[in-house]
Design a protein around this ligand. Structure first.
Ligand SMILES: [Zn+2]
Length: 283
């Protein structure tokens, strides 16, 4: 955080420096935008293949072939989910929340893509429907589906409170990936990564710019749907924070399950291509 009392006096032209225009770091005008009409046609031709129930305070993984759709539904009470994505053929290629944030902003909705880490850096999934898109921005500057948080984890809990809690999203996703891949927890844990906070309502405070959360506006029946751009393993944790209106590293919050439904079709599909950079890095 910035100090209340800076140690250094502002220079004479401080105000002029502060008045420089803000420039978008990564304008996306040159990006090929997803054709949502084509995706809708694929969705219309898709049939329901699988339902994966994610129990409260736990996580599950499921596979989603490229060109298929997965829908995350809040079926019961208000509940936040922490989403991880891996390429089905290489767990090292996983969702890159920081670059997704740099490209699409702090909170995602329909038409935004979830990008994978370097070096492949390609769309892993595109959001095709979001029943909470009406929320927009609230008076606190908050919104839903952020890519600014990391995931609740036992290490930060240990650091801040000195206690161990084993059902944070990080641990839930570690167990779920280990079970799905028939790996040990030690093998699985390094593949768990920063998330898309599904249904979570977050922002930065106006004064200190600290990350805040508030009770999610999600209600039973709300959903967010994605089209897989490559073959995916989808991991989802039903956060121990429940609606994340208060606390999320304990058993205090009321928690509910989440559901992942997968819809497949037999239409041909061109998978997203890996990034074309040659990785020579100047040598
Ligand atoms: Zn969590």
């Amino acid at each position: 955080m910035k100090p209340d009392q800076p140690a250094f006096a502002p220079p004479a032209d401080a105000d002029a420096r502060r008045r420089k225009p803000a420039v978008i770091c990564y304008p996306t005008t040159s990006l090929a935008h997803p054709n949502l009409d084509v995706m809708q046609a694929r969705r219309d031709a898709a049939t329901h293949r699988d339902t994966c129930i994610v129990p409260a305070r736990d996580a599950r993984c499921t596979t989603v072939p490229a060109g298929s759709f997965f829908r995350i539904t809040c079926p019961d009470g208000s509940q936040v989910g922490d989403l991880n994505l891996w390429a089905a053929d290489d767990l090292n290629e996983h969702f890159y929340s920081g670059k997704t944030r740099a490209l699409h902003g702090t909170h995602l909705s329909t038409g935004d893509r979830l990008w994978s880490r370097f070096p492949k850096m390609r769309p892993m999934a595109t959001i095709t429907e979001d029943t909470l898109d009406w929320y927009g921005w609230d008076a606190d500057g908050g919104s839903v589906h952020d890519v600014i948080g990391t995931r609740c984890d036992p290490y930060t809990g240990r650091l801040l409170s000195g206690t161990d809690y084993h059902y944070c999203c990080h641990s839930n996703l570690t167990r779920a990936l280990a079970d799905h891949m028939q790996m040990s927890l030690t093998e699985a844990e390094p593949f768990v990564h920063d998330v898309l906070n599904v249904f979570m309502c977050t922002g930065f405070t106006a004064d200190t710019h600290q990350y805040f959360m508030k009770a999610s506006p999600v209600r039973a029946g709300d959903y967010i749907e994605f089209m897989a751009e490559i073959d995916l393993i989808v991991g989802l944790s039903a956060c121990p924070g429940g609606d994340c209106g208060d606390e999320h590293t304990s058993d205090k919050a009321t928690c509910h399950p989440l559901v992942i439904d997968v819809f497949e079709n037999d239409m041909s599909f061109a998978r997203a291509e890996p990034n074309a950079y040659d990785q020579s890095h100047g040598r």
